[in-house]
Design a protein around this ligand. Structure first.
Ligand code: SF4
Length: 319
């Protein structure tokens, strides 16, 4: 609609420093980083767009912290530009698709009084979102091709001569595993250790749903369904060498999914699980050591399959 969109950069050391200085101490590490992103953008824009997106499912929801971000920021910092903060939740607000379209239209109306322009922009956004999802989430056939090492889903691993790449599921919130700084460059580290990864957000949705049906309660946090469903699927099939679960410190939903994953894994240690807890004090050196040790053990397991390796739970690495 003729407006320039300024997107915050990937997380940097400076953003992290602003975040730690400004965010409430008790917030999870990801929320703190969000504060850092907003504050580093505030002087570059006329509006901030911080949607209060609750859910796109009749029952399951996203994290409640997402809903509060805009208001918490507004109440803490008086010098922010106006915040565009549409609220949408199928689960809690009973909202339907037309609510979403009406909210999108109202946002467009701020910038142009031409309804055709707004409708075109909405249609383009919906198409772009669908295309992104279609490219990201794989189907079962692609998953089996990846398991048979016929394709890579992410960067090609750097394996030593004569070694086969390890197959590992990298599991966690998308805003952590796709952000080099907050994940301590986990994708690159795994690639350099000869690991071929699949991420939890790439997993076929029907396989995740099948796993969730096996629980005797409804795991109603969307992200945790994805995380736990991925872990449970691979623990059941045993088609990969290991799972790396990145947990954000003081994340409530993650602490439930993480504990359940660890218990399932103790009962059925089919695939080794490494759980890493990240916060603003996590040391990269400690993380490197743990990844190196984990991949070494997986390789030893390949060569001497009889070795029993217990589930590793690495608590916060602090300096
Ligand atoms: S899901 Fe967890 S990590 Fe994400 S914002 Fe909520 S509490 Fe923080």
């Amino acid at each position: 609609m003729g407006q320039e969109v300024v997107i915050s950069t990937e997380t940097t050391k400076k953003i992290r420093e602003i975040a730690i200085r400004s965010a409430p101490d008790e917030d999870c590490y990801s929320s703190k980083l969000y504060f850092g992103h907003v504050l580093s953008l505030k002087d570059k824009v006329d509006y901030l767009f911080i949607p209060r997106f609750g859910s796109n499912h009749p029952v399951n929801v996203g994290c409640p912290k997402f809903l509060g971000l805009a208001e918490v920021l507004e109440s803490m910092f008086s010098d922010l530009p106006p915040i565009i903060k549409p609220y949408f939740s199928r689960a809690k607000g009973g909202h339907k698709t037309y609510h979403l379209l009406a909210k999108a239209f109202a946002i467009g109306w701020k910038f142009t009084k031409n309804p055709i322009k707004i409708v075109r922009a909405i249609r383009k956004a919906i198409q772009a979102h669908k295309q992104h999802k279609d490219e990201l989430v794989i189907d079962e056939e692609m998953l089996h091709k990846w398991e048979r090492s016929e394709i890579y889903l992410n960067d090609e691993p750097i394996a030593q001569e004569g070694e086969r790449p390890l197959k590992i599921a990298l599991v966690g919130h998308s805003y952590v595993i796709n952000d080099d700084y907050s994940s301590l460059d986990m994708r690159k580290k795994l690639k350099e250790h000869g690991v071929d990864i699949i991420t939890s957000e790439q997993m076929p949705r029907d396989l995740i749903e099948k796993q969730m049906e096996k629980l005797d309660f409804n795991m109603y946090f969307d992200y945790e369904r994805e995380i736990l469903g991925t872990i449970m699927h691979f623990q059941e099939t045993g088609t990969i060498d290991g799972i790396v679960h990145m947990i954000i410190f003081s994340c409530g939903p993650d602490s439930i999914a993480g504990e359940m994953a660890a218990r399932f894994n103790r009962r059925n240690p089919n695939v080794q699980l490494l759980q890493l807890v990240l916060d603003d004090l996590t040391a990269e050196t400690g993380m490197n050591t743990r990844i190196e040790a984990f991949t070494d053990m997986l390789r030893r397991k390949i060569t001497k399959d009889a070795i029993h390796i217990p589930t590793l739970r690495v608590s916060e690495v602090r300096v």
